[in-house]
Design a protein around this ligand. Structure first.
Ligand code: GUN
Ligand code: ZN
Length: 444
């Protein structure tokens, strides 16, 4: 058993924030050794737990002046793109061609993949991210490197090998197996299945079937991905959809018969629970209803959308339709690992809603601080089908949490001290905090 005392933030069953100025978090290991939340609430209401016989000898870790909050969930990030952050280009497709694909090609080298897996997970932890759904590259070595490193840290991490058998350079495009055996599509699907069997559900790890996006996947490959998604229903699916106008025009050329970009994935059986599509900027209400009805989620990636000039996610329409969505860094299209940066960009995006949906005027939206925080913790977990497991500090949840320091910088200290409400206090973090405010990240 372990006990931690500090201010506490969590979300109730109506997704509303609950803030204890002096709180207690108690955790205990389950049969597999994962620490889970046993109790969480006001110190005054829970301190008696420490007098019980099974709590004798527990030392309470006390962090006066700090905040314990659920670890952040990054619903979409690319681990091979750490060194691509801040590469300028005229939009998504040139950025992929000139920077991203060359950087990813290097992950054929297992040593490079292993080194970058460490760099990547260090960055997640430094920034308070405790769960991530991450793209690897098209090389199985890249998946093995990341999951080996995550396992050593007991981190909840989901990843998958990129399926991309066309429209990608040599060295990154999925290759056929030995001459005369499997072609590239078949080979990539066999590799995927073998990675699922090896890794999925091992400790806290998960596998995601990962068709990169429609233009890089052949018809045979997308059909095979859909078949695997049906055969392994608790394995995740991750991809990209409706991010950029040129990308969408390309998909329309490839699939003129489809109703929309999202409909292409639907036709291949790639919409179901535990399916997470990044971006979803250019969707219509029929697409949103399809997402909602299939239990699929959008990973909203605002720093990436602003950096690449892709467009503005329509938070109002998403909320109205009721489809799952959570926040994501999308590093390296995204510019920061920091959840505070992502929430800040989400706020800017909401305010700038005028241009959403192809220029149809809309009033700007002020996302509330607690709503953005929820979308990056409990809401992100819900989008991944992990509600109750991570992203909150409810009893039974895995004990992934961050310890935040409201005095980490002089300006943050001034602004949090002057806050009149929890909303104002959280907003001060969103606008002013960075990794210096993450005093500690605790994994299970
Ligand atoms: N679409 C296909 N691949 C990518 C990628 O790596 N990043 C982003 N932002 N969009 C993509
Ligand atoms: Zn992405």
């Amino acid at each position: 058993m372990k006990a931690y005392r500090a201010a506490l933030l969590r979300f109730d069953s109506n997704d509303q924030p609950v803030h204890d100025t002096d709180g207690l978090l108690v955790t205990a290991p389950d049969a597999s050794g994962t620490q889970r939340v046993v109790a969480c609430g006001a110190w005054s209401a829970l301190r008696h737990l420490l007098d019980q016989p099974d709590a004798s000898g527990i030392e309470v870790q006390h962090w006066p002046g700090k905040l314990i909050a659920p670890g952040f969930v990054d619903a979409h990030v690319h681990y091979p793109q750490v060194d691509v952050i801040g590469s300028p280009a005229d939009g998504l497709l040139p950025w992929l061609e000139h920077y991203t694909f060359p950087a990813e090609t290097r992950f054929a080298d297992a040593g490079h993949a292993q080194h970058m897996a460490r760099v990547f997970l260090d960055e997640l932890q430094r920034n308070g991210v405790t769960t991530a759904l991450a793209f690897a590259t098209s090389h199985p070595e890249s998946v093995n490197a990341l999951l080996t490193e995550a396992q050593a840290r007991r981190m909840r991490l989901i990843t998958g090998m990129c399926l991309m058998d066309q429209n990608a350079p040599d060295g990154l495009r999925n290759p056929p197996s030995a001459p005369g055996l499997a072609d590239a599509a078949e080979h990539s699907l066999l590799q995927t299945e073998s990675l699922i069997r090896h890794w999925h559900g091992k400790g806290r790890l998960g596998y995601a079937i990962t068709p990169r996006f429609v233009p890089t996947c052949s018809d045979v490959q997308l059909r095979g991905a859909g078949e695997l998604a049906a055969r392994y229903p608790d394995v995740w699916v991750q991809s990209h959809v409706a991010e950029n106008r040129n990308e969408i025009a390309w998909v329309r050329q490839l699939y003129p018969q489809a109703r929309s970009y999202l409909d292409v994935y639907h036709r291949y059986g790639l919409l179901r629970e535990r399916t997470v599509y990044a971006h979803g900027i250019y969707l219509d209400d029929a697409d949103r209803a399809l997402l909602r009805d299939t239990g699929s989620a959008i990973a909203v990636s605002p720093t990436s959308n602003l950096f690449l000039g892709s467009g503005l996610f329509d938070f109002e329409a998403a909320q109205r339709s009721g489809h799952l969505h959570g926040l994501a860094s999308d590093v390296g299209g995204g510019t920061s690992f920091s959840p505070f940066e992502t929430m800040k960009a989400a706020y800017f995006t909401g305010r700038m809603a005028l241009e959403a949906q192809g220029g149809v005027p809309k009033p700007g939206l002020s996302l509330s601080p607690s709503r953005m925080w929820w979308l990056h913790t409990a809401g992100g977990a819900q989008s991944l089908g992990l509600a109750g497991t991570v992203g909150n500090l409810n009893v039974g949840a895995e004990a992934d949490f961050v310890v935040l320091d409201p005095s980490a910088t002089p300006l943050l200290a001034r602004r949090t001290a002057a806050a009149q409400s929890v909303e104002e206090w959280l907003f001060a973090f969103i606008i002013l905090a960075d990794d210096r405010a993450v005093a500690s990240t605790v994994l299970a």
